[in-house]
Ligand binder design. Structure first.
Ligand SMILES: *Cc1c(COP(=O)(O)O)cnc(C)c1O
Length: 943
């Protein structure tokens, strides 16, 4: 008998993993929506005039073949011992942290903790991070991470400008800062009209500046005390910023003790792999007086409805981008997951462990210095922690090559020195190889003296809080990590239907390669021929993203969506400038835009002009045209979101692009909603000039509880020459510390594209649209759908209008918290319209899970109806008492509804019931009594 295996549709087989509804479920859903086929729904949703002509070209790969390909590409990277330093260091990720945090979907699939009741675990971990940063830097307030050290330094400059009483217009930058830090500061300063004065710390003239940044250890190793500079700055009513290194601070006098106002740096070497540039958490801490102008998120302690301790994001309105064009920062997505890893590194090692690591690093550095000096070398600096430079004269290339021959990367410093940074991985073997490269065969001395003066020795305690003192048996650690993750509701438990955030599957196969050493252990400034695998991946991803978007070039540098906006607008500004039209500075932004849009425009030095919405939610074309005309020769750009933030494909998008171009402006299309477009519509063909893609939304990078993300920008050819550059490549316009941003997570998006294939991606888009329309169809009788296209369809998300409930006292907050009882994360609240819920199911959710969600929302509607009918008051209803905790269940029950109704509403599970660890969190209490670190030890009180 001849035998052939049964035929399956390759693309279907490859993509069942990612696409939730099965073919038969899809058929049922289409019926409910009222169409015959998926194509018919798409035709009714996406205007014909903007559809792309050709299908995306590449074939899908199975998981197995994908991982095989990833292995092959990984093999093209060469893992060497990188002693390059410059902000990136070898570190050991404790396996317990790698497995239980980095590789654990309970941590990496979580959303930003805006709903604190379902996020107590990650909020505690982030509070630990803040406590650690605060302790080590000696400053009382710290935030929950920033994007990287260089952007943190630029944020500190902006913060200094806002807070300083000095009216000076210049900012001083210590040339001992890392080159990429200086580059990013310069990029940021230019549109704000800030003059940058560079020099050695002793060249500071304090009354010329509103602030200054110094770095220790300096990029070439110098360890200095900046107390005198801080005093001089304070005398001149200017602000002192210090960039520093957390590991060094375990043995060195801390910035707070020098009088610094703000400290910044990277937490990378606390157990986070280098990853060819990231992602890593940057940190920022400050004096109490500065806390209200701090960018990013701050976790704080408050109480819940029962008066129990509960964490939540503090000073939420301080999240700068929410202030729109009045914002001084656009930070939204930051580096939560990496901050959590760094905090656990500190919990894992405790203060004694960290001190031991720091001392060991320093010991090896001193031994190296002494051995080199004994051999007659000129070694700098005199006072150092981990980094040295050696004068090698014309032998520079030779020494670098000799080191490489021994598996070591050194840093090229000028034309006649090499730099060496030792790290946690440096041992006797590394020292021996290193000395051998210099032709020294004597072993390094073991009896040495400290390499920095007594006055710089750290005197204060740190990490005295009990969490850093716990028993470090791995059982305890593992259980602590598990306990915290159990408190949270992430994608590994339930759908997270967050409009505009695209919380889709992050498939295991896509995640696996990022922890392979061939990808994790590469230094971002390692020679390019050691990173061929990365460059192959980045080139192929770029090609695919160009095909998907219709753009001609991409920059992978921006490491969040908002950074992409900023970079894209700077690209537009540079283009205008090159054409002698530097005066163009007006940016038109619809009132419905995401808050980061106006914040980014402001940072790029543009004047924001707000455009109205029409009653149907579209951009008001008449108003747009009038404002464009008024801006005239000063029109720089418009920023639009497509499909609109109202979840509709506007028919008029081409007209908006034409009007903008007619007046000489450029179109920035916010790509956060690409999940409604991939494979169907190319922004570059609709008339847009530049977009960022949120790879952490559309392209499967997990949200990590608030980061990491990647926001690469695509541009049409005429803008390509003005994309961000990097000092390592001899170019400028730098927006991130590393040339390819958080390069290692690009692999996730690449793997996603490869496994889906072009047709799979288009199918994902269609099903995302189907899922959203299915929800809209099922709910529209009970919740008005706020905006629809002219054929009654929504795109990949829909807005439930719940504003009418306010009449009987039921708020959108009540609905969101009640959904927790049903076992769901709330949809996006009050964006883009106050008092509404925006639901985005994504293609990854199955019909069963979507039905469970619909069941929950219909049951909640009945509870609202009971209030409307006067059967129960809003105050007494389960809506107001939500979410219900175990504490509520077992306490005396005097509610106007049953325990069953309160704790087990439709949609919730009985066996797998998710119990929020706290009841409704009191935000006002927390902001009135701001506590954003674990209670500080006595030693730091004297400031
Ligand atoms: C998410 C989002 C952004 C910002 O992206 P981040 O990565 O959080 O900085 C910008 N615009 C829209 C419409 C978004 O949904």
């Amino acid at each position: 008998m001849p035998f052939t295996p049964s035929a399956y549709n390759t693309y279907d087989f490859a993509n069942r993993r990612h696409i939730g509804p099965s073919p038969s479920e899809m058929a049922e859903m289409l019926k409910v929506v009222g169409v015959q086929t998926l194509d018919q729904l798409i035709d009714e949703t996406v205007p014909a005039g903007i559809r792309q002509k050709d299908a995306l070209s590449w074939a899908p790969l199975s998981e197995y073949r994908l991982l095989e390909k990833m292995r092959e590409v990984a093999g093209k990277n060469r893992v060497m011992t990188s002693l390059i330093g410059q902000g990136y260091y070898g570190t050991v990720t404790p396996p317990a942290i790698q497995r239980n945090i980095l590789e654990n979907p309970a941590w990496y699939t979580a959303y930003t903790p805006y709903q604190p009741e379902i996020a107590q675990g990650r909020l505690e971990a982030l509070l630990n991070y803040q406590t650690m940063v605060s302790d080590l830097t000696g400053l009382p307030v710290a935030n929950a991470s920033l994007l990287d050290e260089a952007t943190a330094a630029a944020e500190a400059m902006a913060m200094a400008q806002r807070s300083a009483k000095s009216k000076a217009k210049a900012f001083f930058v210590d040339i001992n800062c890392h080159p990429q830090t200086i580059a990013v500061i310069e990029t940021r300063a230019q549109p704000l009209g800030i003059e940058i004065l560079k020099g050695e710390p002793e060249e500071l003239v304090a009354d010329q500046v509103f602030g200054a940044i110094f770095q220790y250890p300096g990029t070439l190793g110098h360890v200095r005390d900046f107390t005198a500079q801080c005093e001089a700055l304070h005398e001149a009513k200017a602000v002192a910023v210090v960039a520093t290194d957390l590991l060094a601070l375990c043995v060195l006098k801390e910035p707070g003790a020098m009088g610094a106002d703000i400290a910044v740096g990277s937490a990378q070497r606390f157990g986070v792999p280098m990853g060819y540039g990231g992602p890593h958490a940057a940190f920022m801490s400050c004096r109490d007086a500065f806390k209200r102008s701090m960018p990013g998120r701050i976790v704080g302690v408050s109480i819940d409805a029962n008066g129990n301790k509960a964490y939540r994001l503090a000073l939420q309105t301080r999240e700068q981008h929410i202030r729109r064009e009045k914002a001084t920062s656009n930070v939204c997505t930051a580096q939560a997951l990496l901050a959590v890893m760094a905090s656990f590194y500190a919990v894992f090692h405790g203060p004694m462990g960290l001190k031991t690591i720091a001392e060991s690093v320093h010991y090896h550095a001193v031994r190296l210095r002494d051995a080199l000096v004994a051999a007659g070398a000129d070694v700098q600096p005199a006072a150092f922690f981990d980094t040295l430079t050696v004068r090698v004269g014309v032998g520079q290339q030779g020494i670098m090559a000799a080191a490489r021959h021994r598996g070591l990367n050194l840093r090229k410093v000028g034309t006649d020195r090499v730099g060496i940074s030792v790290d946690e991985l440096t041992d006797e073997g590394v020292l021996t190889r290193l000395l051998d490269a210099f032709g020294i065969t004597e072993p390094a001395p073991t009896e040495v003296e400290r390499g920095f003066p007594e006055a710089l020795v750290r005197e204060s305690d740190y990490l005295t809080h009990p969490v850093f003192q716990m028993n470090r048996a791995e059982s305890e650690m593992m259980r602590y990590m598990r306990r915290l993750s159990d408190r949270d509701l992430a994608l590994d438990r339930a759908m997270i239907p967050l409009g505009s955030c695209t919380m889709k599957l992050n498939a295991a196969a896509e995640m696996m390669p990022i922890t392979w050493p061939e990808f994790g252990s590469l230094h971002p400034f390692a020679p390019r021929n050691q990173a061929e695998g990365y460059h192959e991946a980045i080139a192929d991803l770029t090609e695919k993203l160009c095909e998907i978007t219709g753009y001609d070039a991409f920059s992978m540098q921006p490491n969040s969506g908002a950074q992409g906006e900023y970079a894209g607008l700077l690209t537009i500004a540079a283009y205008h400038k090159a054409r002698g039209e530097e005066h163009r500075n007006i940016c038109l932004i619809p009132v419905s835009a995401h808050g980061t849009n106006p914040a980014s425009a402001q940072m790029a030095g543009m004047k924001v002009v707000v455009v109205k919405s029409a009653p149907n939610g579209d951009v008001d074309i008449e108003d747009f045209e009038a404002k464009a005309l008024e801006a005239g020769a000063n029109l720089a750009a418009c920023m639009i979101t497509y499909p609109s933030t109202h979840g509709v494909f506007e028919e008029t998008v081409r007209t908006i692009c034409e009007i903008t171009h007619k007046h000489g402006g450029q179109v920035y299309l916010d790509g956060a909603n690409m999940n409604a477009m991939v494979g169907l519509v190319k922004p570059g063909e609709v008339g847009s000039d530049v977009s960022h893609l949120n790879l952490h939304k559309t392209f499967a990078i997990p949200h990590g509880g608030g980061g990491p993300g990647m926001g690469p920008i695509g541009v049409k050819a005429h803008l390509a020459p003005y994309l961000p550059g990097h000092p390592e490549e001899g170019t400028d316009g730098t927006v991130s510390a590393a040339p390819y941003g958080s390069a290692s997570i690009l692999l996730i998006s690449w793997a996603y594209c490869l496994m889906m294939g072009g047709e799979g991606l288009a199918q994902a888009t269609r099903v995302a649209i189907l899922n959203a329309n299915y929800i809209a169809s099922r709910l529209k009788g009970d919740y008005p759908i706020l905006f629809m296209g002219n054929r009654g369809r929504v795109a990949h998300e829909c807005i439930l209008d719940t504003r009418g409930f306010a009449e009987v006292g039921v708020t959108v907050d009540d609905l969101a918290k009640r959904l927790v009882d049903n076992g769901f994360h709330a949809p996006t609240m009050s964006f883009p319209v106050a008092g509404t819920l925006m639901v985005e199911p994504t293609e990854s959710e199955t019909k069963a899970e979507i039905d469970r969600f619909i069941t929950a929302l219909l049951a909640i509607r009945e509870e609202v109806r009971a209030v409307e009918n006067g059967e129960i008051s809003a105050e007494d209803s389960p809506l107001r008492h939500a979410p219900h905790t175990v504490e509520d269940l077992v306490a005396e029950w005097d509610r106007a509804y049953t325990r069953e109704a309160g704790c087990f509403p439709p949609g919730s599970f009985r066996e797998d019931k998710y119990w929020p660890p706290v009841g409704r969190v009191d935000n006002v209490h927390g902001d009135r009594n701001l506590i954003c670190i674990c209670p500080p030890p006595e030693a730091y009180a004297a400031e």
